[in-house]
Design a protein around this ligand. Structure first.
Ligand SMILES: *Cc1c(COP(=O)(O)O)cnc(C)c1O
Length: 355
């Protein structure tokens, strides 16, 4: 399909579950809206874009995504403004990353306009599901997976694209106590850490579970080769304010190029703050924590938004940072991001895609 406007067949659910949904008790990713979008890739093209009632889909147990991991996803959010308008935050960036993931996994790309229009169409149908409370939004989860029903370690010829939507509230509710992970790795040079590939998250579960068993909330991944440099925090990018500069690991094979990360960098530049995208060693972070030069540290991601680090732990030694409530930079970022997404301030960068 190469047409500019997407032809989407819509089948509405017989009965909405909206009235029975308590928006004050949302657990991230547990509540789905009434509909989902599905599309197929076959014979070299994307087709059959359809919005249907949310529910199970039949699949062969031989599909290669299950056996060989040809599967990846995206994550973005829609916000409801006070005047009732709805925006999706920077979907063009997610479209670009969607296609980077697709290429790395030998899966078909999707033209940006199809990706964005398919999201907008579903969000439009689910308008009433977008929460209006502060820090609430509609999480949008596009996923693509291989559907060839045979066992062979070769790229599939057929794929399914699905978009799910979930009303969500805040992800983390308190400052995080995190450890530097120096045994396990999330990704290595030449690997596919930069892709939102399903397999990256399955592999992260054991190290994360261990960290939680040890009493931490989250972990900071370090480089696979030497375990000396910070890479990411769980499934979020990690950012520091060191000596008044915003310092964050530069993107490479091993690091996911986050939309939130990119947004925070752009905002810092707008505010005249020096930004350094480079490797950052654990030693430098811990020295900053000791000397007081490290005045802020947080995770940045669509799901987690801005998640302040309350304390670091490195091989048993604890470094407590300043009270997150008193931190100038991350609070300014958090508030400005919210103001922008809920349409309370001018969108000077054109980041809000209006539905
Ligand atoms: C999704 C994700 C992020 C954050 O990216 P955003 O585009 O800001 O949501 C960072 N790291 C990993 C590993 C991720 O999966």
């Amino acid at each position: 399909m190469t047409t500019e406007t997407l032809d989407i067949k819509i089948t509405k659910s017989a009965q909405s579950r909206l009235a029975q949904t308590d928006f004050s008790k949302l657990v991230f990713g547990h509540t789905f809206t009434d509909h989902m979008l599905v599309a197929d890739y076959a014979d070299g093209e994307w087709k059959n874009f359809e919005i249907v009632p949310y529910g199970e889909i039949g699949m062969s147990p031989a599909i290669s995504s299950l056996h060989y991991g040809q599967a990846f996803f995206e994550g973005l959010k829609a916000y409801k403004h006070a005047d009732g308008q709805v925006s999706v935050f920077r979907p063009d960036k997610n479209a670009a990353r969607f296609n980077k993931s697709a290429e790395r996994l030998c899966m078909p790309v999707m033209p940006e306009e199809l990706f964005v229009q398919s999201i907008a169409a579903l969000v439009d149908v689910e308008r009433d599901w977008i929460p209006t409370a502060d820090n609430h939004s509609l999480y949008i989860r596009p996923v693509m997976f291989a559907t060839d029903p045979f066992l062979g370690v070769v790229p599939s010829k057929t794929y399914k694209y699905v978009i799910l939507t979930c009303p969500v509230g805040p992800y983390f509710s308190k400052p995080l106590r995190v450890k530097f992970e120096t045994t396990f790795t999330r990704s290595a040079e030449g690997g596919f850490g930069y892709a939102k590939a399903a397999g990256n998250y399955g592999g992260a579960m054991l190290p994360t579970r261990r960290a939680i068993e040890e009493g931490f909330d989250q972990l900071i991944w370090t480089d696979a080769k030497e375990h000396l440099y910070a890479e990411e925090m769980g499934a979020a990018n990690v950012m520091f304010l060191l000596d008044g500069k915003l310092v964050t690991p530069s993107t490479r094979d091993t690091i996911l190029d986050g939309v939130t990360r990119d947004t925070v960098i752009a905002m810092a530049k707008d505010w005249g703050i020096t930004v350094e995208e480079r490797r950052i060693s654990i030693t430098e972070i811990l020295e900053g924590a000791r000397s007081g030069k490290l005045t802020d540290a947080f995770g940045a991601g669509t799901a987690a938004t801005i998640a302040p680090v309350g304390a670091f732990n490195f091989e048993g030694e604890e470094y407590t940072l300043s009270d997150p409530a008193t931190r100038e930079f991350s609070n300014r970022v958090f508030n400005t991001l919210n103001d922008l997404r809920y349409g309370r301030i001018a969108d000077t960068h054109g980041w809000n895609y209006m539905v």
